[in-house]
Design a protein around this ligand. Structure first.
Ligand code: SF4
Length: 511
């Protein structure tokens, strides 16, 4: 990938050197490829004087038990035997594309399910309009909202909203892929490809942290692996655990960059009869026992910048309940940081050894935190040209998808299709088979996409009837790109797409 620009080789017709090579027309780059070589994306090659898709078409078997381990596709060619005759699915991984868009999709496969004939239209889509949304489970401040996110020094996206225990990043998109410098587009494409294929990527945020992101793995923030996501905000933590602390300690503060909670003032404490303690929090009081902006955001306690929690406390007020010996627990929203204090004769908190009686409640906070991980959703728009490979009247496909008459998958994984115009889909990359995504150096990502619908619906929307084939025929004869077929277990909790679509269309079926 990093050598793309050097390997980007195009020629005008009539070029002598080019005439000795074969032209691949599977994307706008139009590589001329010498015998035994592959083109710029490594996905197509010139073998035996023909343009061949270099990877096999992957066919998933859904008949095995859901608990079965994923069988890696190691390039084992189909040996002519059917692994399972029931629930196979020809994915678009390795299928080839419809580019330059005047031709039907590489595979249009029919299967009968419960007496209903269904068709799956299979193609590798070239997505110039695509990106990833990344959810990073952490309390720590990764960078200011809208700050630029960089990979290899290039801008590839930005920090977006902070969600409940997670920070969201938006990476890629057409502006980074096509709207910046050549290097920005290339690095953006490289970054998206790695993230979608579940490889680790180092990202740095302007004015913030450096993070290693890998789908399904804990984030590594400034060199330290994150372990837990918060049990809730400081206020919610108070609500959840106030009864545990009653009678064991006089005051509890849950330190949180967003909403710091104070049990004696909080409604949960009031209901339990908690007495006032004369505590004062240095922050903006929102409602009783709930404080905003106790600190600057950072990598410290509860996503604040502080390492000493006493920094968020003001003077204690003897007229409102403060007294020597009053006990105080301070804890973060993950339970990873905690400390115990007692007020001295001057009403100053003095740290004391952490008492055994409070360990259980702090442990309970930690126990209730889920493991922190990175989630990567691929977001792409299936545009006009891709749809032309499905039907002669592309807008019909959009309408069919929007009306739930057509079920969309990416490498067999179910997707979320955004309401409104077009076919803008999102898919969790951990549900997609390994190495399902590719690229072309235009730059754009290549993603498998399959459309499953009833055969009669397909024909009604202008489908290519003469191109419809059986799975057995696909297995036996392959397609125009002459590559092998490789079978493997679906190996995940993804439903078998033809059955999922049938159920969805049944009366009362869920969308
Ligand atoms: S980049 Fe890949 S798909 Fe595009 S023309 Fe070259 S070999 Fe074919």
């Amino acid at each position: 990938m990093n050598e793309l620009s050097e390997r980007f080789e195009t020629h005008e017709p009539g070029d002598r050197q080019a005439d000795e090579k074969l032209r691949c027309d599977a994307c706008p780059v139009m590589c001329y490829i010498a015998e035994g070589r592959t083109g710029a994306c490594d996905r197509y090659g010139n073998f035996g004087g023909r343009i061949v898709r270099a990877d096999p078409v992957r066919v998933l078997d859904y008949a095995v038990e859901k608990s079965a381990a994923v069988v890696p596709f190691g390039g084992e060619a189909w040996d002519g035997k059917l692994v399972n005759t029931g629930r196979r699915f020809v994915t678009a991984i390795g299928a080839g594309t419809t580019y330059p868009d005047y031709k039907p999709a590489p595979f249009i496969v029919s299967q009968e399910v419960d007496g209903v004939d269904l068709v799956t239209v299979v193609t590798e889509g070239i997505f110039s309009y695509c990106g990833v949304k990344v959810k990073i489970d952490t309390d720590r401040h990764l960078g200011p909202e809208t700050a630029t996110v960089r990979a290899q020094g290039e801008a590839v996206g930005h920090v977006t909203t902070g969600e409940y225990g997670s920070q969201m990043l938006s990476l890629g998109g057409v502006h980074h892929l096509t709207g910046g410098s050549k290097s920005e587009g290339r690095v953006t494409c490289d970054t998206l490809l790695s993230l979608c294929n579940r490889k680790p990527v180092e990202l740095s945020i302007d004015g913030g942290a450096t993070i290693v992101v890998e789908a399904g793995k804990p984030p590594i923030i400034d060199g330290k692996a994150e372990h837990r996501m918060r049990v809730g905000c400081g206020s919610a933590t108070i609500g959840m655990f106030a009864t545990q602390w009653r009678g064991l300690v006089d005051e509890v503060v849950v330190v949180d960059d967003h909403i710091t909670g104070v049990v004696s003032e909080h409604q949960a404490g009031k209901v339990l009869g908690w007495e006032a303690t004369g505590i004062r929090i240095l922050g903006r009081r929102s409602t009783p026992g709930r404080y905003f902006k106790v600190s600057e955001p950072g990598l410290g306690w509860g996503g604040t910048s502080i390492s000493d929690p006493l920094a968020i406390l003001g003077e204690w007020n003897a007229n409102k309940g403060a007294r020597p010996g009053l006990s105080l627990l301070m804890v973060s929203t993950t339970g990873e940081q905690f400390a115990y204090y007692e007020l001295d004769d001057d009403l100053k908190p003095a740290e004391k050894p952490f008492p055994e009686r409070l360990r259980k409640s702090v442990g309970l906070i930690e126990e209730n935190c889920e493991p922190a991980m990175c989630t990567v959703l691929f977001v792409g728009g299936a545009g006009g040209s891709l749809r032309a490979g499905v039907t002669e009247n592309p807008v019909n496909l959009t309408r069919s998808v929007q009306r739930l008459r057509t079920y969309v998958t990416v490498g067999g994984a179910p997707v979320y299709v955004w309401p409104g115009g077009g076919i803008t889909l999102m898919v969790d990359v951990t549900r997609v088979p390994d190495n399902a995504f590719g690229y072309v150096p235009t730059p754009a990502l290549v993603a498998p996409i399959e459309f499953t619908l009833r055969r009669d619906d397909y024909l009604a929307l202008g489908g290519y009837e003469s191109e419809i084939r059986s799975v057995d025929d696909v297995m036996a004869r392959g397609g125009e790109y002459l590559n092998e077929r490789a079978t493997g277990s679906a190996g995940t909790d993804n439903p078998w797409p033809p059955l999922a679509q049938l159920r969805r269309m049944a009366p009362g079926g869920l969308p």
